[in-house]
Design a protein around this ligand. Structure first.
Ligand code: AMP
Length: 209
């Protein structure tokens, strides 16, 4: 699942993983959990994340290798937030070739920058399960607590307007070449990310069926 920050990758990846009964692998969620647990990776990652920069490729490759070796990934997975650089995309190709489970589809969720900035201003997330809410369009059932686990919702530390604009620049510079990488290989499907969550899910499901 590719797309700029705030495009709805996490939400859509979770819906699809559920629909197809496969694992949802979000490198952002893995990193946020590592930061919260103050692991070695978390301690290294925090400053990059807070500034809107990418974590170095060698660290990310280790993270993804470890995650995809878990038993729940054996039956397939939706990758969300990885790869974000061409180095990562090439390494993933090799890794999955070795495992005999090549990528079947790449979904790019497209949302214009101004809509992203607007969305992010109303966005709160669950620090426990990673679920994302919009105080405008996808409110939690009870004020400011997660529907799934009742954890108080928070604004992510990388979701101020300045940091989001930085993340958009990083996306354009480092991740757009990944979009081309998959387009060249005939795997890319472009999805309009504007609309209700369920509408976007239907568009994706229609493209990958
Ligand atoms: P996300 O939740 O996917 O928007 O990721 C949040 C932050 O985690 C990003 O802004 C990066 O700092 C870091 N991150 C997540 N995935 C990657 C990746 N594949 N490569 C480098 N950094 C990443």
């Amino acid at each position: 699942m590719l797309g700029p920050p705030g495009a709805g990758k996490g939400t859509q990846a979770a819906m699809l993983a559920d629909k197809f009964g496969v694992a949802h692998v979000s490198t952002g969620d893995i990193l946020r959990a590592a930061v919260a647990a103050e692991t070695e990776v978390g301690l290294r990652a925090k400053a990059y994340m807070d500034a809107g920069n990418l974590i170095p490729d060698d660290v990310m490759l280790e993270v993804i290798r470890e995650r995809l070796s878990q038993p729940d990934a054996k039956a397939g997975f939706v990758l969300d937030g990885f790869p974000r650089t061409v180095v990562q995309a090439n390494a993933l190709l090799d890794l999955l070739l070795e495992a005999g489970t090549p990528i079947e589809r790449v979904v790019l969720i497209e949302v214009p920058d101004e809509a992203i900035i607007e969305r992010i201003e109303s966005r709160l997330s669950c620090p426990t399960c990673g679920r994302v809410y919009s105080m405008k369009t996808r409110k939690p059932q009870f004020d400011h607590v997660c529907d799934v686990d009742n954890t108080p919702l928070v604004r992510r530390s990388d979701e101020s307007e300045d940091v989001v604009r930085k993340r958009l620049d990083v996306y354009r510079e480092q991740t757009m070449p990944v979009v081309e990488f998959y387009a060249d290989r005939g795997l890319l499907r472009r999805i309009d990310g504007i609309g209700e969550v369920a509408e976007v899910t239907d568009r994706i499901a229609a493209e990958i069926a």
